[in-house]
Design a protein around this ligand. Structure first.
Ligand code: CUA
Length: 314
């Protein structure tokens, strides 16, 4: 259903923009690069001419020039004009990529060691996957719960530090429906490499349906295995860190109310399938060493019941 915007492990290229913000930044970068390239060519060209023309063995000294007003005015005005032009381009790019924010955030992204909490103003809550309506700018508040992280989605041109106690608001937009990959871009501890971000841009109607669904509490488990799993979720202390709405509202670990709908586990380490979920529950430390989810020493039968329950969380 969606096309993936990712040219590398870390996500789409910064040079392949998919939002007005990213396009403005890339436009500024390529203009500045072209300008610097022309200056480089002129300098290298002049130096090359001097190297060839005034080689020592030819015993040919260049003529000395003193007090050339035209030259001095020229080399003062030309750089001034170039810098003024760059200032105009930069101001324009800044105005497009970061216009003043005049409204409350549509959603808040809170960085944790090592996952992303995502809370919408509408009441929808998820983790690590940020859904947005395509073609519409959203205001995102970026915060950190612990250390400095950095929210980075290259193809959307968004890169902003998440600093504890200093929330910032940024615009986030994707031109077309698709999956835009990103990652934490500030070293934040052992599992910094596994703080992946998935921005899922959907057609506005699909996004509205997703958001409405994500606000719902979890359904009660139906079959016996899932019911045993639900009991175990409380008994094995999963409940002290993970919220399943209608049960509790802790925010230590990712909200699991609609866990089964998400694409990955461990913030991008493994795919979210029943088999991988069982492997994760059996020993998270083997898959993501240092993460805050301990090995709960679950028996295989307990893992199976928990998987049965967690798979109902759609
Ligand atoms: Cu979070 Cu690096």
């Amino acid at each position: 259903m969606e096309h993936v915007i990712a040219s590398s492990l870390f996500g789409g290229s910064t040079l392949d923009p998919h939002s007005p913000q990213a396009a403005a930044i890339v436009g500024l970068f390529t203009s500045a690069l072209a300008l610097c390239g022309v200056i480089l060519l002129i300098v290298v060209g002049l130096v090359s001419i001097c190297v060839v023309r005034f080689r020592a063995q030819r015993k040919h000294e260049p003529a000395k020039t003193e007090g050339n007003t035209r030259l001095e005015v020229g080399w003062t005005l030309a750089p001034l004009a170039i810098l003024a032009w760059l200032l105009v381009l930069t101001s324009r790019a800044m105005a497009i990529s970061d216009p003043p924010i005049d409204r409350e955030p549509d959603l808040t992204v809170i960085a944790h060691q090592w996952w992303w909490e995502v809370r919408y103003a509408s009441g929808a809550i998820t983790a690590n996957e940020i859904h947005v309506p395509s073609g519409r700018p959203l205001v995102v508040r970026v915060e950190s719960q612990d250390v400095v992280h950095d929210f980075w989605v290259p193809a959307l041109g968004r890169k902003i530090d998440a600093i504890p106690g200093r929330p910032v608001n940024v615009w986030l937009q994707a031109d077309e429906p698709g999956l835009y990959l990103g990652t934490c871009a500030e070293y934040c501890g052992a599992e910094h490499a596994w703080m992946r971000i998935r921005v899922v841009a959907q057609r506005p109607a699909e996004f509205a349906a997703w958001q409405a669904h994500e606000r719902l509490a979890a359904a009660a488990p139906g079959d016996p295995a899932a019911s045993r799993g639900a009991q175990m979720f409380g008994a094995k202390t999963c409940v002290s860190c993970h919220a399943i709405r209608n049960r509790d509202d802790t925010r230590v670990g990712p909200d699991l109310t609609h866990l089964a709908e998400r694409a990955t586990l461990g913030t991008g380490v493994i795919d979210n399938t029943a088999g991988e979920l069982a492997r994760w529950l059996k020993d998270p430390q083997r898959i993501k060493p240092g993460c805050h989810m301990p090995n709960l020493q679950l028996a295989d039968g307990e893992v199976a019941d928990l998987v049965a329950y967690l798979e109902t969380l759609r």
